[in-house]
Design a protein around this ligand. Structure first.
Ligand code: ADP
Ligand code: MG
Length: 278
């Protein structure tokens, strides 16, 4: 693009609240035709709260919420915040280890626990049969102790933005690490065509590569600490202004004020810029 057109587009972006972090963004924006959203923090607000606890153990002395809160006390994942209100002193955390996009293994008062997705629990314990449809489970080596339902609200402008993007010809897809029904609920509510769930960060990257191999020009929306490599694999990447710093540092575009609707507007500006300079 000519310097003048880019300067002009940059000014319009600033007014819109969109930060273009890399040269070449204005050339790439008119070409993208496939959006991929990581659910938590992009389509949803990412302020998770605990809405239900299902106990699977009859051992009443086990304070499952206090154990979970201790395990999450060093995590910056949005899931961790849902447990903060249940933190109690006297639950001593040691040997805490985080597996990105899966869960936490840690000792609390010298007992080893596993807190994470159903797959993560299966992979680290002898537990095969996992009941319920929870995003997060707590187990020790031999017992499933509890399942936690977390709720998150869908962003106000998500549905309208998806509608606009489809009108503009975008194929739409959600790529979530979550395995619960919540993924289907969010996809249905905002109107997303294709749904992939239970994806680890490397699976998300593989999905992006597949779409690119099919000839798609992929724009990935992510906000989390685990999303950086996935963002880097897309043709264009978008982070939310409130997202993790590492996501913002790997993204081409940042949407200030967390307004999804600014993305289709940015595409329109870039298309107009392209027409002017032709
Ligand atoms: P998303 O794709 O929704 O951003 P992630 O890839 O970050 O989700 O995580 C996928 C799944 O891994 C979560 O739904 C949860 O089951 C588990 N998980 C990830 N981080 C944590 C954590 N800090 N504590 C417990 N479970 C976690
Ligand atoms: Mg994430």
């Amino acid at each position: 693009a000519t310097p003048t057109a880019v300067t002009c587009a940059t000014g319009l972006f600033t007014r819109l609240g969109v930060v273009a972090r890399r040269p070449g963004v204005f050339e790439k924006l008119p070409k993208v035709d496939q959006v991929v959203f990581d659910k938590t923090g992009t389509l949803t607000c990412g302020s998770l709260t605990l809405s239900e606890t299902q106990r699977f153990t009859h051992d009443e002395s086990l304070e499952v919420l206090a154990i979970a809160a201790a395990m999450e006390s060093q995590s910056i994942h949005p899931i961790a915040k849902a447990f903060t209100p249940y933190y109690q002193t006297g639950y001593r955390l040691s040997e805490s280890q985080y597996v990105a996009g899966e869960g936490v293994i840690a000792s609390v008062n010298d007992t080893r626990y596993f807190l994470g997705s159903a797959d993560f629990i299966r992979g680290n314990t002898q537990l095969g049969d996992i009941k319920g449809d929870h995003s997060v489970y707590l187990a020790d080596k031999t017992r499933l102790l509890a399942g936690f339902t977390l709720s998150d609200t869908i962003r106000e402008d998500a549905k309208a933005t998806l509608h606009t993007l489809k009108e503009m010809g975008f194929a739409t897809c959600i790529a979530s690490g979550d395995t619960s029904e919540h993924v289907e609920q969010v996809a249905a509510e905002v109107g997303i065509d294709t749904l992939h769930k239970g994806l680890k960060p490397q699976d998300k990257l593989q999905l992006i590569n597949q779409l690119r191999d099919q000839g798609k020009q992929v724009v990935m929306f992510g906000d989390g600490v685990n999303d950086a490599p996935v963002l880097a694999g897309a043709n264009l990447s978008v982070a939310m202004g409130s997202g993790a710093d590492i996501a913002k540092n790997s993204a081409d575009l940042i949407l200030l004020g967390d307004q999804l609707s600014r993305f289709p507007q940015a595409v329109r500006i870039a298309k107009l810029t392209e027409q002017i300079i032709r």
